[in-house]
Design a protein around this ligand. Structure first.
Ligand code: 5RP
Length: 226
C-alpha cells in the first residue's frame, strides 16, 4: 500500500464521517478503509464533536474495533433503520454498482446496507473500474453443505472458482458460519445482474458480493500533493 493510497483512504473516510450528525445510528463497515472511518468516528465522539452515536457493526472485526474506539454498539435486531452506513468496496463501476466481500463480510454488509437510509461507499482511486470483476474475484457466500457444486457451476460459467482459505489450509469461515467461493472471471462481468440472479437461484448460495441497485454515495479520496 503506497502512502498515496493510504492518504486517499483516509481522505475518503474523513469525508464520510463528516456526513454523520449527532444522534445517529451508524453502520460500521468492514475492511481497512472502513476501519479508518470507525477510528475517525470514535475520535470525533471522544472530542465531543458528535453526541449520542450508536454503531451497528457489519462484522465481528468491526464490532471489536468499534468498542476499542469508544463507540456504543447496538444490536441490529433493535435497529430496523440505520441512518448512515460507511463501508469500503473492492470495485465500483460507472453505474455505481459495487463489488464487495474481499474481507469476507459481504452478507452482514448487505443486510446492514439494505436497512440504511444512506449508504456511503469509501475508497481510494484504485476502486474505480470500467467493468465489475475486472480486478477482483466475485465472492459467493455458500452454506458448507454442497459447496463444491457451486464452484463447479461457476467454472462452467467461465470463472476460475476456488474455495477461500483462512489460516493455513483450512477454509475461511464467515461470521455467519459459511464458506466463500471466489470466482475470477477472466474478462470481468458481462452481466452482473444476470450473474447475481443465477447464483441466488441456486439452493445453498446465501449471498454474492455484487451490491446492485443500492444507490451508494461514493467518496473516492483524493490525496493532497505533499
Ligand atoms: C469486506 C469488504 C471491504 O469493504 C472491501 O474488501 C474493501 O476493503 P479495503 O477497504 O480493505 O480495501 O467488502 O467484506
Amino acid at each position: 500500500m503506497t502512502d498515496v493510497l493510504q492518504r486517499e483512504k483516509r481522505a475518503a473516510a474523513e469525508g464520510a464521517v463528516a456526513l454523520v450528525g449527532s444522534r445517529s445510528i451508524v453502520g460500521l463497515g468492514t475492511g481497512s478503509t472502513a476501519a479508518i472511518a470507525i477510528e475517525e468516528l470514535g475520535r470525533r465522539i471522544r472530542a465531543g464533536d458528535l453526541e449520542e452515536i450508536v454503531g451497528v457493526p457489519t462484522s465481528n472485526a468491526s464490532h471489536r474495533l468499534g468498542i476499542e474506539c469508544g463507540i456504543r454498539i447496538v444490536d441490529i435486531e433493535s435497529t430496523p433503520v440505520i441512518d448512515i452506513t460507511i463501508d469500503g468496496a473492492d470495485e465500483i463501476d460507472p453505474l455505481q454498482r459495487v463489488l464487495k466481500g474481499g474481507g469476507g463480510a459481504l452478507l452482514r454488509e448487505k443486510i446492514v446496507a439494505a436497512r440504511s437510509r444512506r449508504w456511503v461507499i469509501i475508497g481510494d482511486s484504485t476502486k474505480i473500474v470500467d467493468r465489475l470483476g475486472s480486478r477482483y474475484s466475485v465472492p459467493v457466500e455458500v452454506v458448507k453443505f454442497g459447496w463444491s457444486g457451486h464452484a463447479e457451476a461457476l467454472r462452467e460459467m467461465g470463472a476460475a472458482a476456488v474455495l477461500r482459505l483462512g489460516t493455513g489450509e483450512s477454509p475461511f469461515v464467515t461470521d455467519e458460519g459459511h464458506y466463500i467461493i471466489d470466482a475470477r472471471f477472466p474478462h470481468g462481468l458481462d452481466d452482473p445482474d444476470g450473474l447475481a440472479r443465477t447464483l441466488r437461484n441456486r439452493p445453498g448460495v446465501v449471498e454474492t458480493g455484487l451490491f446492485l441497485g443500492f444507490r451508494p454515495e461514493v467518496i473516492i479520496g483524493r490525496a493532497a500533493a505533499e
